[in-house]
Design a protein around this ligand. Sequence first.
Ligand SMILES: C[S@@+](CC[C@H](N)C(=O)[O-])C[C@H]1O[C@@H](n2cnc3c(N)ncnc32)[C@H](O)[C@@H]1O
Length: 374
Amino acid sequence: MPEKISENHLIDDHHEKEYKTTRHRIEFSDSRSLSTIKNESIDLVVTSPPYPMIEMWDSLFASLNQEIGEALESNDGSRAFELMNQELDKVWGELARVVKKNGFVCINIGDATRKIGEQFQLYSNHSRITTAFIALGFQPLPIALWKKVTNSPNKFMGSGMLPAGAYITLEHEYILVFRNGGKREFNTDDKKNIRSQSAFFWEERNRWFSDSWDLKGVKQSTDSENVRQRSAAFTFELPYRLINMYSVKGDTILDPFLGTGTTTFAAIASERNSIGIEFDNNFYSILVDGLKYLREYANNTVTKRLEDHIAFCEEYQKEKSPMKYQNKCFGFPVMTKQETDLDLKHVSAINFSDLQNITVEYQPILTIQQSLFL
Ligand SMILES: C[S@@+](CC[C@H](N)C(=O)[O-])C[C@H]1O[C@@H](n2cnc3c(N)ncnc32)[C@H](O)[C@@H]1O
């Protein structure tokens, strides 16, 4: 049975030691005001806003401020770009309030190229957003480039094979990373233990902390195809990786532009709590369906990480030397002492009567242990 949660219960009250159950809340509201979220209660934000100056989001931005529509109609691209970003600034300002000291914000954003009137130009969303976060007191950290493959034959714009009027194609999006102050401290035994259990594998570190990410998109086909096509969902691997890189189990993750719920789903798979905000309630049934089928997907993701690690160990030990350390939970070898307490769990139940009160229970991964190592 789902645990009874009072209306006023806030996820941030959840004690770190109790992370074997996580709590999740999805709200349909406007994230320009995050009034239901306490000051300094969020450990990590993972999000992707609507992209200023990408046409699919014009009407959404115009609905937030009618001057945006007027600027576009009068071919004033620079003004439209600035006004759209000013709407996002309101959300960034709220993040400065709710993110804990030493917490992180990770933003997936693409730049835009566009011809407005006779003027073709780049609208650099990633630099405008970086400037906004620096002004709010966040420190910018090294970023990753997410390569989005486009196979379209007419991806090149401009004067074809003739100089000097052709334009470089945008093939990357950005993963911006900001920290609210200095390094996070893990200065009690409880905090140290949770951090050790939240470790990732050495070979994952080598891939995840590269600045070039080559993630495949997930095929999206459901009955609600139209809503999904408008959703610009990011691939599950993206928030899953960021959550594992920048938070520990039991932390609270926020996505103020939730869309189809990918960040919530990745938080569930990673044993973190979460809050998701989305103002378009057409996403309701996608979110409910997603939660219904998430358990198997989340568990397959976690099992695959273990299987990939085992394959890596076999290869490494065959070609190089035996690995020095052993993981305490699974018994397999690991490269470093930091990975010896690494623990991963499967989701055993996802309980919800409504999207405001989702509780998730976890269980040890016995099948991997029994079949491969015991
Ligand atoms: C790029 S999409 C996010 C997609 C999401 N990462 C996913 O995987 O499905 C941006 C989302 O933000 C929502 N949105 C835009 N402005 C908003 C606002 N002020 N408050 C809440 N949601 C907003 C849009 O409806 C859209 O679903």
